[in-house]
Every structure is written in structure tokens, then in C-alpha cells.
Design a protein around this ligand. Sequence first.
Ligand code: PLP
Length: 381
Amino acid sequence: MIYLDHSATTPVDPRVVEAMLPFWIEVYGNPSSIYGLGRRAATALEDARARVARILNCLPAEVVFTSCGTESDNLAIRGTALAQAGRGRRHIITTPIEHHAVIHTVTDLVEHYGFEVTYAPVDHQGLVDPQAVSAAIRPDTALISVIYANNEVGTVEPIAEIGAIAHERGIPLHTDAVQAGAYLHLDVETLQVDLLALSAHKFHGPKGVGLLYVRRRTPLQPIQTGGSQERGRRAGTENIPYIVGLACALELAQQDREAESARLAALRQRLVEGLLQRIPDMELTGHASRRMPGHASFIVGGVEAEGMLIGLDLAGIAASSGSACASGAATPSHVLTAMGYGQQEALGALRLTLGRESTAAGVDTVVETLPRIVQRLRGDQ
Ligand code: PLP
């Protein structure tokens, strides 16, 4: 199989599995227990937190472990918004190309909690203009939330520039960095963010564990009630094996970040050029240069995604039309329509995302296979 859906998820690195194993069967204590077994689990937890904090360039106390990227986005947005609602701050700025974990959370705050939202527009390449974010700021703005790297079209947003604006105006900035974990730098000081969400399964860690960086003094109301774990910000017994796996996977990914990004960018170029030369009426979506290194996304004219995906699957190639969470839905992508693509065009979206196991031979197979599938679907032969 040729796996070209690394934006949806990645296989767990065997070194990560190895690191996780002792925490199920040997060091299985509850980190809140005071006896030795619990203390050993607590030590592993704090060690993982410190390792993550080094990568994010933050204090360990600013790292909150969660169950996934979706929970991290929910905690960041709901938690920060609700903490300020009593002070009359009920306005949120975001973009129309966020993941549903952000969009649906903001919509819920609007529909059920009296918040108002402004969507800063994006251009045809999916890029947010920091000046548009600046112009949207109001005296009652409680939060700005802008995705770091878009999952559907791979565009990398100017987070540090938006961070400078947010800080000058004293407004917390959240970034959904779920797609960025393996390939972009995560230094929260350079990025000037107050909240940053990550999910381990996007960088060869396990599914079902994530984290939220929360800058000191950022207003945050917990969204689930219970014990006082994670300094009262996220109740529930910490999932030690998964948290250890997250820290290990993040370290491994970030160690290889520069070399792997260069390798994937070259492979992506081979893929994009090969396909665009062979398939007429096909275009790259997203930004030409400001994009995730292994991310290629297209619109293929005159065909619908489903036919291409089935054809590719029959040829042993795993691909996607865009967001894994939205696949199966016959509605066109909200990201592509926000970028100015028509509804019909957006139905021809194809996303091919390379990763650690991708090779030039695999890319060449796709470049040979996809043109035949498209030709058949278009009824050209
Ligand atoms: N945000 C982005 C940009 C994503 O791509 C995803 C997953 O596809 C998520 C959030 C949700 O992460 P999780 O699957 O860990 O809930």
C-alpha cells in the first residue's frame, strides 16, 4: 500500500510504542496516589511535561495534557471565552478555514452563550492577512483563533505576525497547530501565541492524546469538572502511557524536522509536477511556497473526489478529498469555498499528503496511476 494520508493520521513509531509499554504493565499507578507506584507514574508525567516544554520553549506548568486535538481546541476557545464573558468580552475573531474542532466550538458559543464572531477572510491561496485580523479587533474581543497550518490545503499562516498584533492589543491568541507538530517550529515565544493545540497521532504518536499550551495568566475556565489534575485546568486521571508516547513522538519528530521537511518538499515537488504535467484541468490548491512540506492538494476538473479515491484505493493508494473528519459528506469543503472556489469545483478536491515512509518510487507510482483513473472517470477512453 502507498499511504498518502499523513494529514489524517500517521503510524505510531515503534520507538514510541517501546517507550509507552512499561506504563501499562509495570508503572501503572495513578499519578495522584502518594505511594511509590503512583509517585513513579507522577515522575513520568512530569518528565513528559518537561520534555514537551523544552520543545515549545515554555514552562512545564504551561502544558496541559488532553485526550486529543479536538479537546485542546475546545478547552482553548471555550475556556478562554467563558472565563471572560462575565467581564463583557464576548467577541471572537477566527477564520473561515479552521478545522471543525474550532469552527463548531465558536458556533456553539455564538448560538448558546451570546458571543459574536468575526471571520477574517482568506485569499485564494488560503492565506490570512494579519491586517484583516487587526481591523476586526473590538474593545470586547476575548480571543483570536487562527490555524497554524491548514489541514485541507496545507497553507501555513503568518502566526507570529498575528501574535504581535494580538499582544499589542492585549488579546489572547490561540493557534490550532495540530497539522504543524512534525514539520514546523513550535516555539511559543517566536510565534507569540498564548494557546497552542497539538495532537500526537499527527506526528507518529498514539491517537487519543493531545496537549494545550496555556501561557501563564491567560484566562481559562475548565470545561470539564472533576478532580484537580493538570493544575485544575483539565479534570480526569492522566493517561500516562499515551502522554509518554506523545512526548517521545514529539521529540523524535522535532529532531528530524529540518532534514525530513527538505526531503518531503522535494518529493512533493516531484508529485505535483508529475501530476500537473499529465492531467489537464488540474490545479494545485493552497499556497505555492508557504505550505506544509509533504502536503499536496488539488482540484481536478470534471470529476468528483469519490471516484478518484475509490480508483486509487483499488490501486493500493490511500488518499483523501480533504479533511478526514468530513469525508463521506457530499457537501463541498468550507475551506475551498472560503478560498473562492465554486461548489462544483470544490467537489473535485484531492489531498495527497506525504510522510515518513514516503519514497520517490511510491510517488512515481501515483504519478502513473492517477492520470489513468481521471481519464476513465472523465470518459476520455
Ligand atoms: N485540528 C486540525 C487542524 C486537524 O487536522 C485535526 C485532525 O484532523 C484536529 C484539529 C483534531 O485532532 P484530533 O483528531 O486529535 O481530535
